[in-house]
Design a protein around this ligand. Sequence first.
Ligand SMILES: Cc1ncc(COP(=O)(O)O)c(C=O)c1O
Length: 454
Amino acid sequence: MNTRIFPYLCTPVRGLRLPNSQLSTPNFQLSTPNFQLSTFNSQLSTLNSQLSTLNFQLSMLYDFDHIIDRTGTNDVKHCALQEHFGRTDLLPLWVADMDFETPPFITETLRKRVEHSLFGYTITPEELWTSVRRWLLDRHGWAVEHEWLTFIPGIVKGIGMVINALLERDERVIIQPPVYHPFRLVPQNNGREVVMNPLIEERDAEGGLHYRMDFNGLERLAREPKNRLLILANPHNPAGIVWEAETLRRVAEICAAHDVVVISDEIHGDMALFGHRHTPFASVSEAAAQCTITFGAPSKTFNIAGIVSSYAVVPNAALRERFFHWLEASEMNAPTLFAPIATIAAFTPEGEEWRQQMLRYVEGNVMFVEDYCRDYLPQIRPMRPEASYLVWLDCRGLGLDHDALNDLFVNRARLALNDGEMFGTEGRGFMRLNVGCPRSVLHQALEQLRTAIS
Ligand SMILES: Cc1ncc(COP(=O)(O)O)c(C=O)c1O
């Protein structure tokens, strides 16, 4: 089975699924007297596209089109609608988990353990670390030593822990907005000031949106002795940027030169799209390795955020000593029973196969959004993500202010997306759309938006 020989097969079909009966009775006849070449060509092209769809479906082991009812699971995406949007009748495309079923081989492994029926204290199995190390080496060419690794109970919590373990009360945190909002909120809620080095927005020749880092701005901030920690989203959320190794090397040079520790949050690192390759920050140079705490997890990629299974990688011995000691003092490094089980099941050849199929489906969804916006919502310009299932929608063409934009999405289109401003003022006029869902749901959402705008 190879889904990659047919990359075009991922071309979205507007949620349209062709019944098999239709495929077996192609609607063209070469023998008809009124046969015309143009009609034949057009029918052939239709048939080709139908065959492509069928091929794609046949090569998929997993059904990402299936809609799963999450009622009764207390999922944030549905259950926090009232609190965040003031109403519950919204199609939720916000919180960054996927609406796809967690891979069955993970569920099966967990089920087997549940059937044992005794859930006492457990140790952390060695196999967790062999799995993580093998995965990082195979997927990203990053060789990680066993002693560099520790469990952490979530990446957002991990950020708070690093802040409390390493920073004095008057020391500050650097972030590069627009960026994942807990990078700002966690330090602030832990009493630390956050300073901003905004990304620079650029347009290519076709008018496409890009961001680059402001190295001069970073250097200026890094030079101030109280600015001690940079939190980096690698790949980036919300814009889905896969940072180039050269960019990361430059960041490492600046931070290492000024004794700034870098948290490289690589939770989206296993989801590079469209031929992009994720580069672990700590792998780009010795300077990077020595100043970095990397956070990773199978949670986003395999849709197991609720299991809570994350890890930190810290090559620098002095940094590791401080951080690991802090974790250990309160047993923050002890996973729950199910975390290693799910992680070990995810980081396998089966997991790799599922990951590939999921990513191809997500790419199809991204292209679906691009086509739909081009054809029906030209005022909205999606930025193609290089990683993950979040699409940064530039809605500035609608000419609406912040409140009016939210009103359009929430009260008129009945959609729950993340408002761009939550990622920083640089996100004003943007919305973040989660496309980790069946294509028919995405189609429905875009139709609702189109109706609301027209
Ligand atoms: C960049 C980034 N880091 C961390 C998280 C959350 O990680 P955790 O659930 O492990 O706290 C998210 C979730 O959206 C994210 O996008």
